[in-house]
Structures are given as structure tokens and as C-alpha cells.
Design a protein around this ligand. Structure first.
Ligand code: PLP
Length: 480
């Protein structure tokens, strides 16, 4: 790496990216290209000789950006957000610049120690219980994604129970979550070797706004115990993916503890909201958690990827994931004086992710972060009111955080007709390129999901988005 060449080219790249953000509203939010478009535009082998950065940037502008869906656009409302910010970007830049691989403390002490400190800071902001902090038996670790966080928690729980009941009991282990839990829970069970028939995705319905019912869960557990099975893991969610349902943590924790199960909380999206005192009550019961994850890369201004996980008993994780090959031995690790995060995760190598979270916390501060979350929730409520004011639409579940679940009502009360109508509406609004939303299905109904969470979204964008829905609905309903 030639430092002067880096300086010159990195300045050009920063200019390019700054211009991208300046013009971001001019792009169709959802990429409008057809599959295979890029193969037609690029040569079929790499160049023999170096090209100029300008040539590459020209290609990015003309060939790559048309195939980009603009997650940072203020008109992006799909799935859940994946925030970028100046602080998060600078942290990523610094991490790329240093480019260390901090698997053991010795490979870059600052990487491990900053991660421990920053996750303690964040745990305090979320008012997580003391036992999840590094001062006790627990602590935090940054995983790449919530899927990895859930998997490692499940592996620790599995091995903990198997140490007690014997390895041969693996086919008897049962894991529980609601049918609204993210698919990563199912994937984690598949990877962990949980028998497919022993994965209970407990049915939810509109009577609990799609939250997991402790009674229904209790019945399922009792039935399994009576059948000689071993309940070992309960994953609850604060802010489910489809509709941001919040599982009743206290009651669920009580059941989990009563049955000696590992109690996990997945707050991938909604965790960020709990830095605001008025939303913290959704976390009541977290005191009982064995593990807890949230995604700072979703709604917390930290560029992808950054998925903090806290555990109550770090030794459970380490017993499942630790390896000690000769070529990684070093004095600090041998003396048990340090944290080696390689033993808290699946891969060996790990990025210096705490830098960007540290930048976000320091350059914005708690009060600004709270305002950021509150503003999105206010904008979502504003959108919800707009939808509620038009009798052609209905709100399907009340908005808790910044997701609005709604649908266009069909002329006749026919579910298939309603589903087709809303699929058509989704396709119509997304193909305008003006906004991008996604969908879900709840109780057999196809539902539109609009999540406010892109850092650049303002009230004018929400009003413009609503106009797109109104106009397209008018066309679909035959008004034009
Ligand atoms: N859990 C919940 C509640 C989610 O909404 C998501 C993704 O949206 C995930 C887990 C998976 O997140 P990741 O992409 O970080 O694995």
C-alpha cells in the first residue's frame, strides 16, 4: 500500500460516495434491472494490465449503480432498515485501513478491549442486567449478524444440556419459539442438529397481536415432557420481523426457568428503540435472559455488519466454540488473562467492528440517538394516521415501533381477492421506483409493510410515499 496513492485515490472515492448520497433521491429505489444484466456489460475475464480508478468509477456509475437497490435512500421502507451514517462509515473506513484480524487478544489487544468496553457501554444504554456485562460471568461480543448470534447461543445451550443429560440425548432436545420468530432460529436448529420434529414454532394469532402466548407454550412444553423429550431452548422476540410483535418476556422467562431451559431474546430490530425510556418496558423480563441480541446495523446508525450478543455465562459459549491449536498459542491466552473472541463465534477471523459502534456512540451521543429513534417512530405514526384516514385501506396491527402493517381492502370480503389486490399494489408501487416496500402474510392475509428507518427519511418523504399508495390504489380499484 503506497500511502500517497491511497491518499489521492481515497479522496476521490470519498468524493464519489459523498456525491452518491447527495444524489441518492434521483435513483429508482428498487433496482429495475433484469437478472443477468451485468454479464452483458462487463468483459468475461479480468484485465491483464492495471486500469485507472477513474475508469472503474465510471463503470460503477453507469453499470453498477443501476443494479443497486438503494437501502440508504430516504424512500426505502422495505424489510428492516440497514443504517449507514457518517460515524458508522468513518469507523468502517478506519477498520478497513487498519485491516487487523483480531481473533485473539494478542493479535490486536485494542480490538478485543474496545469491543468489551463498547458493548458494556451499549448494555448500559439498553439498561441490560449487570450479569450480561463483562464485569460478571457474562459479557458481550459482536457477531456479524443476528443469525450467527442466535446460532451460537443455541449451540451453547445445546452443549450445556448435553453435558448434563449425555450426548446421546441430542435427538430428544426440543427448541421453542413462536411461528413469528425469524427464520434464522429454524436455520440455527438445523445447523445444531436439532431433530426437525423437535423444533416447535408455536402458533400465534391476532388475539395476542402475534405475540407468543405463555399458556400455549406451557402446554406444548408439558406435552413434550410427557412424551420423554427434553425442552432446552426458548427464543423469544422483541419486535418480530413480520409485524414487530413483542413476546411477553417475564411470563416466558418464568416458564423457561421453571423447566431449566436457556432463555434467549432476539431484539434484532427493536432493540435500538429501547435506549428510549418510554420503550424500555418492552424489555421488562430481560433480567432473566441467558442471552440477548440486537442488530446495531439495523436501526442504530452503524454500518453493516454489527450484531451485538450478550450472554449471562460466557463459559457456556466458550466451552462450545473454543479451539486451541498449537499455532495460535500465546502467553496471554495460556495464562487466562484475556478474552479471545475467536472462542465466542463460528469463524476464526474477525473484523475490528467495535470501531464503528464506538464512533457512533461518541460522535452522536445517547440524546441524539434517542431523538433519531423517536423521530422515526413519529414518522411511522404519521404514516399510520394517513392510512387510517383513507377508508379504502386498513391498519392490520397497531404500530409499536416504526413499522406500519396495512392493506388495501378488496371490494368483496374474499381473502384470495384481497391478497391478489395487495400483491398487485406492492408490485405497482415498487415498480414506480419512487419507493420500496416489502410484504408479509399474517393469518393468511397478504399485508404491506412500510418501515421508517432510513437515516435520511423526513416527513415530506412519508407524505410523498402515501401519495404513491393512493394513486396506485386508485388505478387498481378502477378509479382511473
Ligand atoms: N431476527 C429478527 C427479529 C430479524 O428481523 C432479523 C432480520 O431482519 C434477523 C433476526 C436476522 O438478522 P441478520 O440478517 O442479522 O441475520
Amino acid at each position: 500500500m503506497d500511502s500517497e496513492q491511497l491518499r489521492e485515490n481515497a479522496h476521490k472515492m470519498v468524493d464519489f460516495i459523498a456525491d452518491y448520497y447527495k444524489n441518492i433521491e434521483t435513483f429508482p429505489v428498487l433496482s429495475q434491472v433484469e437478472p443477468g444484466y451485468l454479464e452483458k456489460l462487463l468483459p468475461d475475464s479480468a484485465p491483464n494490465h492495471p486500469e485507472s480508478l477513474q475508469n472503474v468509477l465510471d463503470d460503477v456509475q453507469t453499470k453498477i449503480l443501476p443494479g443497486v437497490t438503494h437501502w440508504q435512500s430516504p424512500d426505502y421502507y422495505a424489510y428492516f432498515p440497514s443504517n449507514s451514517s457518517t460515524a458508522g462509515f468513518l469507523g468502517e473506513m478506519l477498520s478497513a485501513g487498519l485491516n487487523i484480524v483480531g481473533f485473539s487478544w494478542v493479535t490486536s489487544p485494542a480490538a478485543t478491549e474496545l469491543e468489551v468496553i463498547v458493548l458494556d457501554w451499549l448494555a448500559k444504554m439498553l439498561k441490560l442486567p449487570e450479569h450480561l456485562l463483562s464485569s460478571g460471568q457474562g459479557g458481550g461480543v459482536i457477531q456479524g449478524t443476528a443469525s450467527e448470534a442466535i446460532l451460537v447461543a443455541l449451540l451453547a445451550a445445546r452443549d450445556k444440556v448435553l453435558r448434563k443429560v449425555g450426548k446421546n440425548s441430542l435427538p430428544k432436545l426440543v427448541a421453542y419459539a413462536s411461528d413469528q420468530a425469524h427464520a434464522s432460529m429454524l436455520k440455527a436448529c438445523q445447523i445444531a442438529g436439532i431433530h426437525p420434529e423437535n423444533i416447535r414454532l408455536v402458533t400465534t394469532d391476532s388475539s395476542t397481536n402475534y405475540a407468543l402466548s405463555p399458556d400455549v407454550l406451557g402446554e406444548a412444553i408439558s406435552k413434550d415432557i410427557a412424551a420423554g423429550l427434553i425442552p432446552f431452548f426458548l427464543s423469544s422476540t422483541v419486535g418480530t420481523t413480520s409485524s414487530t410483535a413483542v413476546d411477553p418476556l417475564y411470563a416466558l422467562a418464568k416458564i423457561a426457568k421453571g423447566n431449566e431451559m436457556w432463555f434467549h431474546i432476539d431484539a434484532a430490530y427493536a432493540g435500538s428503540a429501547c435506549i428510549c425510556p418510554e420503550y424500555r418496558h418492552y424489555f421488562d423480563g430481560v433480567e432473566e435472559a441467558d442471552s440477548f441480541n440486537m442488530n446495531a446495523h439495523k436501526w442504530f446508525l452503524t454500518n453493516f455488519d454489527c450484531s451485538p450478543l450478550w450472554v449471562k455465562d460466557r463459559s457456556a459459549l466458550i466451552q462450545s466454540l473454543s479451539t486451541k491449536p498449537e499455532y495460535l498459542r500465546n502467553k496471554a491466552s495460556e495464562a487466562n488473562m484475556v478474552v479471545d473472541f475467536k472462542d465466542w463465534q463460528i469463524p476464526l477471523g474477525r473484523r475490528f467492528r467495535s470501531l464503528k459502534l464506538w464512533m457512533v456512540l461518541r460522535l452522536y451521543g445517547l440524546e441524539n440517538l434517542q431523538c433519531y429513534i423517536r423521530n422515526h417512530i413519529k414518522l411511522a405514526r404519521h404514516f399510520e394516521e394517513l392510512v387510517a384516514s383513507d377508508s379504502r385501506f386498513e391498519i392490520v396491527v397497531p404500530c409499536k415501533f416504526s413499522l406500519v402493517c396495512f392493506r388495501l381492502l378488496p371490494a368483496h370480503n374474499d381473502q384470495d381477492c384481497g391478497n391478489k389486490l395487495n400483491q398487485d399494489l406492492l408490485d405497482a408501487v415498487n415498480s414506480t421506483g419512487k419507493i420500496y416496500i416489502s410484504h408479509t402474510v399474517l393469518s393468511g392475509k397478504y399485508i404491506l409493510r412500510l418501515v421508517v428507518g432510513a437515516p435520511l427519511t423526513e416527513e415530506r418523504h412519508i407524505n410523498a410515499a402515501w401519495k404513491v399508495f393512493q394513486d396506485e390504489a386508485t388505478v387498481l380499484l378502477g378509479g382511473v
